[in-house]
Design a protein around this ligand. Structure first.
Ligand code: NAD
Length: 485
């Protein structure tokens, strides 16, 4: 008897309600605690990538606007924030955390509408983790001397912060929470395709009564980001985004007093040994590359399978892919949502074509039908991939997995490290000694063992090589926002 996978895995629709969500038609810039019309006079549209509907118009900050925002942050730093005790700063940060928790459902839905990610992920991961980061750093605000004993930690001043579109609210939390705890003020720019949760946070910051100008949120494209980076009165640049833009920013600030943290791209290796718990490993692989459409800097986009279990892993992986629910991001059953933008979809399709052109073998789940409107890509895997294949070398930032095999530990370490990136990796094995041997030889900032994509505010995250420098999360995440005597 053959199993009809389509009918056996069909669920009744379970869409999350949007009735409680308030999105304004038009957003100005949040500068000095107020909503300010852009001097540039221009606005751009942010759309729902699952439906192509316009959600709101958002101000595009120009040179004068960026200057106003940095001046507001400087004034708030010198007149208010730098004079407050750590204990008082902590109270404000704690209040922001509580308010995010209270409004978590609204933030989650907006994240899904604006970014295309499944509501399950926005609701269970992005927003709770964002609140957790504010709670965690609220606790450090009055303990900096204990975090860095005998080093007399001091704040830097004004931090400019630029974030990407894959975890919009979480990346904002990673940036703002430690900056405030360390005593700095902030000008933040979210990505142009996902500005809405950052703007919602601005409303929440007003409600929290944070002194005017401590957090300023400006919106715009890369040009606005470049103006922030180049502004002479910025003391710190915290950037999360592509390695290409990271390099441009590093050149722009070279030779200046500005401190920097760069959280850049990745091409993580996920390694399955023959003694691994295979079902668990397959679930980890799926979680690592297909959930959130592969829009994850630490996505396990290269899979290395030990030859002796290759057939078994491939069979289970393909079965699991057949069961993935692709479609409406607001539906609670959805595993794989919409690609964030048309531009990103074109990039991913370009890589799929490159894989086929290079003779790699492609597999996509047969049952998955994609919605007619919006930007969609089926979960895709490639076998017959060489180390030199474009899809094995370059970051795709989509649900595309490049699979290779190996025989020995040394071989897989050499293959996994053969990349300009070094953000994350995963290893699946029952043997502790093998795991420890491998993790110590992997050139990656984070190596997960028998799990994948796990985050915690107490744990530092960041890359080696072209994946960037500096750490976010943990005590280590405070250091880039401090100077020491
Ligand atoms: P991107 O580099 O295109 O854009 C990121 C941000 O930088 C956006 O806000 C954009 O407007 C801004 N920007 C663009 N050009 C700029 C310039 N010249 N100067 C200043 N700012 C500029 O990246 P993206 O496509 O939004 O995000 C995907 C990338 O982010 C991937 O490479 C991914 O790996 C990386 N990422 C890394 C981490 C990490 O922690 N290492 C986390 C998330 C995403």
């Amino acid at each position: 008897m053959s199993l009809d996978l389509k009918s056996s895995w069909e669920f009744s629709p379970a869409p999350e309600s949007t009735s409680h969500v308030k999105i304004k038609k038009k957003y100005d810039l949040f500068i000095g605690g107020k909503w300010v019309k852009p001097k540039s006079g221009t606005y751009f549209k942010t759309i729902n990538p699952a439906t192509e509907e316009v959600l709101a118009e958002v101000a595009e900050a120009g040179e004068e606007d960026v200057d106003l925002a940095i001046k507001a942050a400087r004034k708030a730093y010198t007149q208010v924030w730098s004079k407050l005790s750590g204990k008082e700063r902590g109270k404000y940060i704690f209040r922001i955390a509580r308010l995010i928790q209270e409004r978590a459902r609204e933030f989650a839905v907006i994240e899904t509408l604006d970014g295309g990610k499944p509501i399950r992920e926005a609701r269970d991961i992005d927003i709770p983790l964002a609140a957790a980061h504010f709670f965690y750093y609220a606790g450090w605000a009055d303990k900096l001397e204990y975090a860095f004993p005998n080093k007399k930690p001091k704040s830097l001043g004004v931090a400019v912060q630029i974030t990407p579109w894959n975890f919009p609210m979480l990346m904002v939390a990673w940036k703002i929470a430690p900056a405030l705890a360390a005593g700095n003020t902030v000008v933040l720019k979210p990505a142009e395709t996902t500005p809405l949760t950052a703007l919602k946070l601005a409303e929440l910051i007003q409600d929290a009564g944070l002194p005017d100008g401590v957090v300023n949120i400006v919106t715009g494209y890369g040009k606005t980001g470049a103006m922030m980076v180049e502004h002479p009165d910025a003391d710190k640049v915290a950037f999360t985004g592509s390695t290409g833009v990271g390099k441009i920013i590093m050149k722009a600030i070279a030779g200046t007093h500005k401190k920097s943290t760069m959280e850049l791209g990745g091409k993580a290796a996920n390694i399955i040994f023959e003694d691994a718990p295979i079902d668990q490993a397959v679930e980890g692989v799926v979680n690592g590359i297909f959930f959130n459409q592969g829009h994850v800097c630490c996505a396990g986009s290269r899979l290395f399978i030990q030859e002796s279990v290759y057939e078994k892993v491939m069979r289970k992986l393909k079965d699991r892919m057949e069961n993935l629910v692709v479609g409406d991001p607001l539906d609670k059953n959805t595993d794989v949502g919409a690609i964030n933008s048309q531009k990103q979809l074109k990039v991913i399709e370009g890589y799929i074509k490159a894989g086929l052109d290079e003779g790699c073998e492609m597999y996509q789940p047969e049952h998955a039908t994609l919605p007619k409107k919006g930007y969609w890509c089926k979960p895709t895997l490639f076998t017959n991939v060489a180390q030199s294949s474009k899809i094995a070398k370059e970051e795709i930032f989509g649900p595309v997995l490049a699979i290779q095999t190996f025989r020995t530990v040394d071989e897989v370490i050499a293959k996994a490290n053969n990349t300009p990136y070094g953000l994350s990796a995963g290893v699946w094995s029952d043997k502790g000694s093998k795991v420890f041997n491998l993790t110590s030889k992997m050139k990656a900032g984070v190596v997960w063992a028998n799990t994948y994509n796990k985050f915690d505010p107490t744990s530092p995250f960041g890359g080696y090589k072209e994946s960037g420098h500096g750490r976010e999360g943990g005590v280590q995440g405070l250091e880039p926002y401090l100077k020491f005597e």
